[in-house]
Ligand binder design. Structure first.
Ligand code: NAD
Length: 326
């Protein structure tokens, strides 16, 4: 009997929300060996990142604390492990923070991304998936946005993501690596990011601190549940890919008004004190993606988790794990 060697996957940003959720699902499937890297930065509470890492402890998983900026460490890692697939989920996330600390975006999202692409090219990786963002669309007049729609990045974060897409597209012409950009739309769920609305609101209520509500909550976001986003990533991992470069929206295609979601969270948690703020210059009015391209590509009618169940699961997770945020 021939025992097939398991393929090796590198997940960058593995202590982050999406990286952790993806690694967990792949490890549980036992089909791949997973190597994760993260610089464990303090953009948000580190305790949450360490806690996620403890849940990944498994014989099919190895972790290295490496920053994408550390080119020689990346080189040694790629030399040692001979990866088949790379998933880049490491980045400086957040649109508002890009006005506070622009350098962290150029370091991680631009220089770090270029370092990684260089390794992908040198080590002839089969498939390279990288996180882009709905924010590349910026403010628009018509919705839903398709992958072929014009982009309009309005801050350094979205500009860094748009540049990643263009850079990968151009490099893909001179390599055999299949390069796939994933435009994630407001991913939420258990183990979610504390700088993003739902968990931030729950933390404010728990700690009794004010919750900053921008533009009276008059924004729409295409909230997409983490399990749905991860199922799509796993389907892509196992899918035969022909095109050298492609981009997909990862979204439920059901935008929800912020004030509506806050009302629904109030069913599970006490209400925090609301601190009204003007519209932030980094915020777009609405995100709303078209998800037909990914559905057609995967040849399946992806079932998206209902928003009510997603919010309920997220609130219940928070209430069980709120001590992490003490
Ligand atoms: N969560 C969302 O709704 C969303 C939406 C659109 C795009 N994205 C993108 O998806 C990716 C993952 O997002 P997330 O929500 O999991 O964010 P996250 O902040 O939870 O995870 C990112 C991880 O990357 C690590 N990291 C940052 N810079 C690094 C560097 N230079 N080297 C190594 N590690 C580094 C961080 O420590 C963190 O653990 C990011 O590229 C983000 O921009 C996320």
């Amino acid at each position: 009997m021939v025992i097939k060697k398991k393929k090796k996957i590198l997940i960058t940003g593995v202590a982050g929300f999406i990286g952790f959720s993806l690694a967990k699902k792949i490890i549980e499937s036992n089909n791949y060996n997973v190597i994760g890297i993260d610089n464990l930065n303090s953009y948000y509470i580190k305790k949450l990142k360490y806690k996620r890492l403890t849940l990944l402890k498994h014989k099919n998983f190895k972790f290295y604390k490496i920053d994408l900026i550390e080119k020689s460490k990346l080189f040694n890692l790629f030399k040692k492990h001979k990866f088949d697939i790379v998933f880049n989920l490491a980045a400086q996330a957040g649109v508002r923070y890009s006005f506070k600390d622009p350098k962290s975006y150029t370091n991680s999202n631009i220089i770090g991304f270029i370092n990684l692409i260089e390794m992908i090219k040198n080590f002839k990786i089969d498939k390279f998936f990288f996180a882009s963002s709905s924010s590349v669309y910026g403010d628009q007049k018509t919705y839903p946005k398709k992958e072929s729609s014009e982009i309009n990045p309005i801050n350094l974060y979205s500009l860094s993501k748009a540049s990643n897409e263009q850079f990968a597209n151009s490099v893909s012409k001179t390599t055999n690596t299949k390069m796939i950009g994933l435009r994630f739309f407001t991913i939420y769920g258990p183990w979610g990011r504390p700088d993003m609305m739902i968990i931030k609101y729950l933390i404010s209520a728990y700690k009794g601190v004010g919750f900053p509500l921008f533009n009276n909550g008059n924004h729409f976001r295409d909230f997409t549940y983490i399990d749905d986003a991860i199922n799509i990533c796993i389907s892509l991992l196992n899918k035969k890919i022909i095109k050298k470069f492609d981009i997909f929206n990862i979204c439920s295609s059901k935008p929800i008004l912020i004030t509506k979601i806050l009302k629904d969270i109030n069913k599970y948690s006490k209400k925090p004190l609301i601190k009204k703020k003007r519209r932030d210059r980094a915020d777009v009015y609405k995100t709303y993606g078209d998800n037909k391209k990914i559905k057609n590509f995967l040849k399946k009618d992806i079932k998206f988790t209902s928003y009510y169940l997603g919010v309920k699961n997220t609130c219940n997770w928070f209430l069980e794990n709120k001590k992490i945020f003490d």
